[in-house]
Ligand binder design. Structure first.
Ligand code: PAF
Length: 281
């Protein structure tokens, strides 16, 4: 396994592979890898002859008061996990090599990215799309794999790829949970023991929605009330948003008929966590 730090050399390697007719799978990450990331690597490994994992805590997708500095990092461990997972190249650039001081071009999406996390984190998806587009140009993937935990991110990236004709297939990898139901996330590491024990509240709130929907409730106000009642049992969890949106347009829905994304974001004192569920007959 090669560890590549230079964007130019990463691009040269990737172009050489593509020139040889090889398929390339890319798993973009911000490092501090967990089983959720490794499941994405396995998807890429099964679909491509070369696999690149990027490890880059992208500063442009964090707001000024967010956790860029505190975001968990452990590159040595990430490299071991990538090696064991059969990754060919880990692309681990630093921020100055990715962003010129006088950079003046970025990408934005103007519809799907405006609600949910986009409303709570202004500029976040501009940062995500810009870095993902750069990673696509640098790593030349034929397939790129993103986690379904970041449901809005996955949909916004698919939209970018469609609207800008990036020649890459986008695949979603199923959300992976801890044994108590907490969605795996690098940010779970930031939680205090008490916050960690209350973080199961996100999944439990979603399960309450699912149970009520399976029992026949389709009104999203009523489903929301079930979830808020559950969240009351977890006082360290302060709701950022709980939204029911059409799974394709991400427009809010009042009653569930089409596949509906239920997206939840919660602030704990040490970290903001997200989780989601798709309701679909
Ligand atoms: O999902 C993430 O870890 C990041 O948003 C991504 C896609 C690697 C872009 O920095």
């Amino acid at each position: 396994m090669i560890v590549e730090r230079s964007p130019d050399e990463m691009q040269a390697t990737a172009l050489e592979w593509r020139g040889q007719g090889l398929s390339v799978g890319l798993v973009p990450t911000m490092g501090f890898l967990h089983e959720g990331h490794l499941s994405l690597v396995r998807i890429a490994r099964a679909r491509a002859e070369r696999v690149v994992v990027s490890l880059f805590v992208n500063p442009t997708q964090f707001g000024p008061s967010e956790d860029y500095q505190r975001y968990p990092r452990d590159e040595a461990r990430d490299l071991e996990l990538c090696h064991a997972a059969g990754v060919d190249v880990v692309f681990a650039p630093d921020a100055p090599s990715m962003y010129a001081v006088d950079r003046s071009v970025s990408l934005s999406e103007n519809r799907l990215s405006k609600g949910l996390c986009g409303a709570s984190r202004p500029g976040h998806f501009d940062g995500v799309l810009t870095v993902v587009a750069k990673l696509f140009l640098l790593c030349q993937p034929t397939v790129a794999v993103f986690g379904e935990k970041d449901a809005q991110q996955l949909r916004v990236i698919r939209r970018m790829v469609r609207d800008l004709n990036f020649p890459v297939a986008i695949m979603g990898g199923a959300l992976v949970r801890e044994s108590d139901g907490l969605a795996m996330s690098s940010r779970n590491k930031l939680l205090s023991p008490e916050e960690r024990s209350q973080a199961v509240g996100l999944h439990q709130a979603l399960l309450a929605i699912q149970a009520a929907w399976e029992a026949g409730e389709v009104r999203t106000d009523a489903l929301r009330a079930h979830a808020l009642k559950v969240l009351e049992r977890f006082p360290l969890a302060k709701l950022d948003y709980l939204e029911f949106v059409d799974d394709i347009s991400l427009d809010r829905v009042q009653e569930i008929s089409e596949p509906t994304l239920v997206a939840l974001a919660v602030h704990f004192p040490s970290a903001r966590l997200i989780d989601n569920l798709v309701l679909q007959r």
